[in-house]
Ligand binder design. Structure first.
Ligand code: FES
Length: 122
Protein backbone atom coordinates (compact mmCIF):
# COMPACT_ATOMS: atom_id res chain seq x y z
CA UNK A 1 0.00 0.00 0.00
CA UNK A 2 2.85 2.40 0.82
CA UNK A 3 4.24 2.02 -2.70
CA UNK A 4 0.84 2.50 -4.32
CA UNK A 5 0.26 5.66 -2.31
CA UNK A 6 3.82 6.82 -3.09
CA UNK A 7 4.46 7.33 0.60
CA UNK A 8 8.08 8.21 1.26
CA UNK A 9 10.30 5.96 3.33
CA UNK A 10 14.11 5.85 3.53
CA UNK A 11 15.75 4.77 0.29
CA UNK A 12 18.28 2.60 2.10
CA UNK A 13 15.52 0.20 3.18
CA UNK A 14 15.58 -3.11 1.32
CA UNK A 15 12.43 -5.21 1.30
CA UNK A 16 12.42 -9.00 1.28
CA UNK A 17 8.89 -10.22 0.71
CA UNK A 18 7.75 -13.52 2.18
CA UNK A 19 4.31 -15.10 2.26
CA UNK A 20 4.01 -14.74 6.03
CA UNK A 21 6.15 -13.46 8.90
CA UNK A 22 6.15 -17.05 10.14
CA UNK A 23 8.24 -17.95 7.09
CA UNK A 24 11.16 -15.80 8.22
CA UNK A 25 13.85 -18.24 9.25
CA UNK A 26 16.24 -16.82 11.88
CA UNK A 27 19.05 -17.72 9.49
CA UNK A 28 17.68 -15.09 7.10
CA UNK A 29 18.12 -12.43 9.76
CA UNK A 30 21.64 -13.58 10.60
CA UNK A 31 22.52 -13.64 6.90
CA UNK A 32 21.26 -10.09 6.46
CA UNK A 33 23.52 -8.87 9.27
CA UNK A 34 26.43 -10.93 7.96
CA UNK A 35 26.03 -9.46 4.48
CA UNK A 36 26.01 -5.87 5.60
CA UNK A 37 22.63 -4.87 7.01
CA UNK A 38 22.90 -2.46 9.93
CA UNK A 39 19.40 -3.37 11.09
CA UNK A 40 16.68 -5.92 10.38
CA UNK A 41 12.97 -5.54 10.85
CA UNK A 42 10.31 -8.21 10.45
CA UNK A 43 6.83 -6.96 9.74
CA UNK A 44 3.83 -9.25 10.02
CA UNK A 45 0.08 -9.10 10.12
CA UNK A 46 -1.48 -8.05 13.39
CA UNK A 47 -2.04 -10.83 15.95
CA UNK A 48 -5.15 -12.73 15.01
CA UNK A 49 -5.00 -11.58 11.36
CA UNK A 50 -2.42 -14.02 9.94
CA UNK A 51 -3.70 -15.67 6.76
CA UNK A 52 -1.98 -18.85 7.93
CA UNK A 53 -3.54 -18.45 11.38
CA UNK A 54 -0.44 -18.76 13.60
CA UNK A 55 2.48 -17.54 11.48
CA UNK A 56 2.86 -14.26 13.29
CA UNK A 57 2.78 -16.01 16.66
CA UNK A 58 5.62 -18.27 15.49
CA UNK A 59 7.47 -15.17 14.28
CA UNK A 60 7.00 -13.52 17.66
CA UNK A 61 8.36 -16.51 19.55
CA UNK A 62 11.35 -16.74 17.22
CA UNK A 63 11.98 -13.00 17.51
CA UNK A 64 12.32 -13.26 21.29
CA UNK A 65 14.95 -15.98 20.91
CA UNK A 66 16.65 -14.23 18.03
CA UNK A 67 16.91 -10.96 19.95
CA UNK A 68 18.65 -12.85 22.75
CA UNK A 69 21.05 -14.49 20.29
CA UNK A 70 21.83 -11.17 18.60
CA UNK A 71 22.63 -9.57 21.94
CA UNK A 72 25.13 -12.34 22.64
CA UNK A 73 26.88 -11.35 19.40
CA UNK A 74 26.98 -7.76 20.59
CA UNK A 75 24.30 -6.56 18.20
CA UNK A 76 22.35 -3.82 19.95
CA UNK A 77 18.62 -4.43 20.53
CA UNK A 78 17.79 -1.38 18.43
CA UNK A 79 19.07 -3.13 15.33
CA UNK A 80 16.35 -5.78 15.32
CA UNK A 81 12.61 -5.34 15.59
CA UNK A 82 9.41 -7.25 15.00
CA UNK A 83 6.27 -5.22 14.42
CA UNK A 84 2.77 -5.61 13.05
CA UNK A 85 1.68 -3.84 9.87
CA UNK A 86 -1.12 -5.14 7.67
CA UNK A 87 -0.87 -4.92 3.88
CA UNK A 88 -3.41 -2.09 3.87
CA UNK A 89 -1.58 0.09 6.38
CA UNK A 90 0.68 2.03 4.05
CA UNK A 91 1.04 4.99 6.34
CA UNK A 92 1.87 2.77 9.32
CA UNK A 93 4.44 0.91 7.19
CA UNK A 94 6.18 4.16 6.24
CA UNK A 95 6.09 5.31 9.88
CA UNK A 96 7.57 2.20 11.50
CA UNK A 97 10.16 1.71 8.76
CA UNK A 98 11.26 5.34 9.10
CA UNK A 99 11.43 4.98 12.90
CA UNK A 100 13.60 1.88 12.55
CA UNK A 101 15.80 3.56 9.96
CA UNK A 102 16.36 6.58 12.20
CA UNK A 103 17.08 4.36 15.21
CA UNK A 104 19.65 2.31 13.29
CA UNK A 105 21.20 5.46 11.80
CA UNK A 106 21.66 6.82 15.33
CA UNK A 107 23.49 3.61 16.30
CA UNK A 108 25.79 3.94 13.29
CA UNK A 109 27.22 1.19 11.12
CA UNK A 110 27.43 -2.29 12.59
CA UNK A 111 31.03 -3.14 13.39
CA UNK A 112 32.69 -5.57 11.01
CA UNK A 113 34.34 -7.15 14.04
CA UNK A 114 30.90 -8.23 15.24
CA UNK A 115 30.14 -9.74 11.85
CA UNK A 116 33.33 -11.78 12.01
CA UNK A 117 32.33 -13.10 15.45
CA UNK A 118 29.00 -14.21 14.03
CA UNK A 119 30.68 -15.90 11.08
CA UNK A 120 33.09 -17.72 13.39
CA UNK A 121 30.16 -19.03 15.44
CA UNK A 122 28.28 -20.40 12.43
S1 FES B 1 0.12 -13.94 6.61
FE1 FES B 1 1.07 -14.60 8.42
S2 FES B 1 1.78 -12.77 9.34
FE2 FES B 1 0.76 -12.10 7.57
Amino acid sequence: MAGGLKLPYPETVRLVKVMCSGRVDPQMVLKAFREGADGVMILGCHPGDCHYKEGNYFAQNRAYLLAELLSQYGIEPGRFRLDWVSAGEGERFAKVVTEMHDQVAALGPLSLHLRRCEEAAS
